[in-house]
Each structure stands twice: as structure tokens, then as C-alpha cells.
Design a protein around this ligand. Sequence first.
Ligand SMILES: Cc1cc2nc3c(=O)[nH]c(=O)nc-3n(C[C@H](O)[C@H](O)[C@H](O)COP(=O)(O)O)c2cc1C
Length: 210
Amino acid sequence: MKKKFFTLAALSLCMTLAVAQTINLPAPNKSKKTATVMEALATRHSERAFSPQKLTDQELSDLLWAACGKNREDGKLTAPTAMNRQEIRVFVFTDSKVSEYLPQTNQLRQVATGDHRGIVAGRQEFAKSAPVSLVIVADMDKFKSNDQRAQTMVSVDAGIVCQNINIYCEAVGLVTVPRATMDHDAIRKLLGLNENQIPLLNNPVGYKAK
Ligand SMILES: Cc1cc2nc3c(=O)[nH]c(=O)nc-3n(C[C@H](O)[C@H](O)[C@H](O)COP(=O)(O)O)c2cc1C
């Protein structure tokens, strides 16, 4: 009886901790004042030097929503995906934790604690200094196929999310660079990805270094 009680208590503690590690982001500010699409396209460029200034939760929410947030009642996203498979997953690396963005609930689900931006930077040290790095992962299990055509489609889908990030950053005065460089093996290990879940691109994001 005693054993059963402790098992139940431990189970409920685990569930509480799991819930505590999923946080609600502020609602994205869709009426935020930004440059126009044409202005952002006119100046869009890559930056590789970042200020240490952190993003607020509101800025992070707006950025993630622009990347691939839910923008319609039927659950579709700001970034289209082939056959609406929604197989692109975005992981957020900061100086204190790594979380997965959950577009349908506008939440961050913590997957690791600590500063792991170094494995996103890989051999390009500069990327470590961005306060946030977004890692774009294609989940072939969600795509429901792994043949060559599927691999092409998920790469296109990842590119669209990446370009949403690039244009959004330009429009709001943040800077970024789309990158394929990263320590793929270390990222796979940290995020617990299987062979069908492939880190394809990343975007370090922050304010421009002064
Ligand atoms: C798919 C892709 C992968 C890239 N990978 C890297 C990278 O690993 N490291 C890097 O510093 N820049 C990377 N870039 C950025 C390009 O070097 C950059 O976009 C290009 O030089 C043009 O400069 P611009 O973005 O300022 O127009 C990548 C760009 C793309 C589209």
C-alpha cells in the first residue's frame, strides 16, 4: 500500500515537472509596427556580429510566430508545408535552455537546460554570440515518407521557414544569417532526434553588434 502511494506521488511529481517545463508565450503581436515587405526585401542581408542584448518573451513569440506560427483557426501556419504535413520543427537555443516551439498552442516545451549555442555554432564561433539560435528540423516521420522526393520537399519547407525568419528580422530591426553549418551529431543527441528527424538549417538571431 505504502509502495503504491509513493509510486503515485512520484508519478504526479514527474507530471507536474513536465508541465512546468512547458511555458506559454505571450500572444504574437500581429499589429506590430514593422517595415513593409518591400522595404524588408530591399534591405534583407546576412549579419554575423550580434549584440549581447537578449530578446524579450514578446520578441521571441513574434519571431517564432513569423517563422511558422499558427495563423488560422484550422491550424495552418504562417509557413506553408507540402501537403500541409507541418513536418518542420523549430528548436530555440538560448544561454540557459533549449526548447521546442509548439505552434498550435504557442508554447515552448523545454528539452534541455544550459547553454548549448556552441553546438549550433559548430565551427563558426560568431554564431555563439547571438542571444537566440533557431534550429530548423525536418521530421520525416511527420512527413510520412522518406524517399528522395520527400527529402526535397522537406528541404523546401525548411527553406520557407528560414526565409520567414530572415524577412521578419529585417522588418523589425533584428539581424540574422541563414546557416547550414552546425554540429549535427551533437544536436541530434541533445534533442533526442531519430534518424528521420534531420537538423537542416539554423538562424542565429539578435540585435546588430554596436
Ligand atoms: C541554405 C543556406 C545555407 C547557408 N549556410 C551558411 C553557413 O553555414 N554559414 C554562414 O556564415 N552563412 C551561410 N549562409 C549565408 C550565405 O552565405 C549568404 O546568404 C550569402 O553569402 C548571401 O549573403 P546575403 O544573405 O547577405 O544576401 C547560408 C545561406 C543559405 C541560403
